[in-house]
Design a protein. Structure first.
Length: 545
């Protein structure tokens, strides 16, 4: 790869301009600090963010991004599961040992995620996805790094696959250290070499300590190759590569239209309601402030002096007539009510769009109604869940497994035998729907046929496993199989039979014919063997009786 990152960034910035302007507009109505208009605004502290007149947009973005993060990376729960691709030829004993090994690997990956700052960076990326519809995550060895839309450009092929990425960031020279000195020496050795400023990609700052660093990522065959450049020169030691299925560069986009390089955020879909609510909120706030202002008027021909009225304290007595004094009133109560009702309608629509649950306020609101309302809201995000599962969870997991295997934290996994399966995101939403359907089926069946008939026709073992799968609980060594239940029942029957035989033997031993004091024939023979034979005969006779 040649050093042309600055020129590629400048060229690919033109198609991004439309999406960046729209993202900035959406950010101004929700979280103004999230998206900047260009790549130099991140360090320009002279610009003050405009504060919106309403907070519905900010609350919606925070709630929706938090829900997405909890659905994609649930705490204290694995978002993936390792499974065997073909279990027909594997004995049950080996399969159990493999399941235990897989569970240990899953715990190791989850502990790595919990010990890192991945969830913080992912949450920030999800905010950018909700507002701007685009975000870029780089998975380093120790931590993640997120790039907003104003600091990266992307190129896709006809199928929507990423083939080129260029990022731009301003870094202090002291961070680069000797690497910057080496690139500077290379540039001085070739004075005619292109630099970042020649492409219009300079930092734009008067501070000489800042340099513009470009990272150029390009797809070649079945892998990604990247390098970093400063002033048109490649930084020594910055070249890297990774396979496509385990790339550390995750380009996230929501609601992407065919043929477009970038996605569109959820805020853009409801931008009209946000603009209307912003205008109504400003009118209501300013009008309420005007209506709350108290101004007294005094007739020019009145004997009451304005100074006396202004200086009079609470409960004071002054000379004058009440008819000479008036109060300025706005008289727009009906208009304010109309605007307020319209604003409340817009707020409700936006709350539903951003999954802000508003339960019916009544004395008979049940927990079932609250749960169904929440489930209905979450089902609206099935499209976002499916996109994030494919674009984020799958490559994120592949990269985590690759890094963990290379570092020796987990053993090598054969690709043709072991396959990871995502159980979060859209799959978690599907599991919740399956749980609702299974619960409703059992309730209707139990009410119609009765609990006795229900357990006669329904397999309790399968019901327990399906409920565990619907909530994401591993059933290994938790739910008893039918073989274990039958074995326990047989063991109980054997113990009961043994106790019955022991009880009968005690009764036979206490019979009169087996007692030497009551049966003289047992004393006639002094031979112990003969006595034992006679005692056994007596026992058999007693059993026959």
């Amino acid at each position: 790869m040649k050093a042309n990152a600055a020129s590629r960034y400048s060229k690919l910035s033109a198609p991004r301009a439309v999406f960046l302007d729209k993202a900035w507009e959406c950010s101004q109505l929700t979280l103004p600090y999230l998206i900047r208009r260009n790549d130099t605004d991140n360090r320009d502290n002279s610009k003050v963010d405009k504060t919106p007149w309403q907070s519905v947009g900010a609350k919606g973005v925070s709630v929706l991004s938090s829900k997405l993060m909890l659905a994609l990376l649930p705490p204290q729960q694995s978002f993936f599961k390792l499974q065997l691709t073909d279990q027909k030829e594997i004995p049950p004993e080996i399969r159990t040992e493999l399941d235990l090994t897989f569970a240990k690997i899953e715990r190791t990956i989850n502990e790595m995620i919990a010990a890192s700052d991945d969830r913080v960076v992912v949450h920030q990326a999800l905010k950018n996805l909700v507002v701007a519809g685009n975000a870029l995550i780089f998975m380093g060895k120790d931590h993640l790094k997120m790039y907003p839309l104003n600091r990266f450009v992307v190129e896709r092929d006809g199928n929507g696959n990423v083939i080129e990425i260029v990022t731009k960031e301003h870094v202090n020279k002291s961070v680069l250290g000797d690497k910057y000195k080496q690139t500077k020496e290379q540039q001085e050795a070739q004075p005619n070499s292109p630099s970042a400023s020649s492409y219009g990609g300079g930092s734009g700052y008067s501070d000489d300590d800042l340099v513009c660093v470009y990272t150029h990522v390009k797809r070649e065959n079945n892998k990604f190759i990247w390098q970093q450049e400063v002033d048109g020169k490649i930084i020594p030691g910055s070249i890297g590569k990774a396979p496509i299925d385990a790339t550390p560069w995750l380009v996230l986009a929501t609601s992407r239209v065919d043929g477009e390089m970038y996605g569109r955020g959820r805020v853009e879909e409801y931008l009209g309601d946000l603009k209307s609510l912003e205008a109504l909120s400003q009118a209501l706030v300013e009008g309420s402030a005007a209506a709350a202002k108290v101004v007294f008027t005094v007739s020019p021909s009145a004997t009451t002096k304005p100074a006396s009225l202004a200086q009079a304290g609470n409960g004071a007595i002054i000379q004058g007539r009440p008819d000479d004094i008036g109060v300025v009133q706005v008289g727009k109560t009906a208009d304010f009510r109309t605007a307020y009702e319209m604003a409340m309608g817009l707020e409700k629509r936006l709350s539903d769009a951003f999954l802000i649950m508003q339960v019916r306020n009544s004395e008979r609101t049940t927990a079932e109604e609250v749960r169904m309302t929440q489930l209905e809201l979450e089902q609206q995000l099935s499209g976002a869940f499916s996109l994030l599962t494919v674009d984020f969870l799958v490559p994120y997991l592949n990269r985590k497994l690759l890094v963990a295997q290379r570092s020796g934290k987990i053993p090598r996994l054969p690709n043709k035998i072991v396959a990871p399966t995502i159980v979060a995101g859209l799959n978690a939403l599907g599991r919740s729907s399956d749980r609702e359907a299974l619960t409703q089926y059992l309730q209707v069946l139990g009410q119609t046929m009765g609990p006795e008939v229900l357990f006669k026709y329904v397999n309790a073992d399968e019901v327990a496993k399906r409920f565990a799968a619907s909530v994401g609980v591993d059933v290994l060594n938790l739910v008893k199989s039918m073989e274990d239940i039958q074995g326990e029942e047989q063991q109980k029957m054997q113990q009961a039979q043994q106790m019955e035989l022991t009880k009968q033997q005690g009764q036979f031993a206490s019979a009169p014919m087996n007692d030497p004091s009551k049966n003289p024939k047992l004393l006639e023979s002094n031979d112990p063997e003969q006595q034992q034979i006679q005692q056994q005969q007596g026992t058999e006779q007693a059993a026959t009786i």
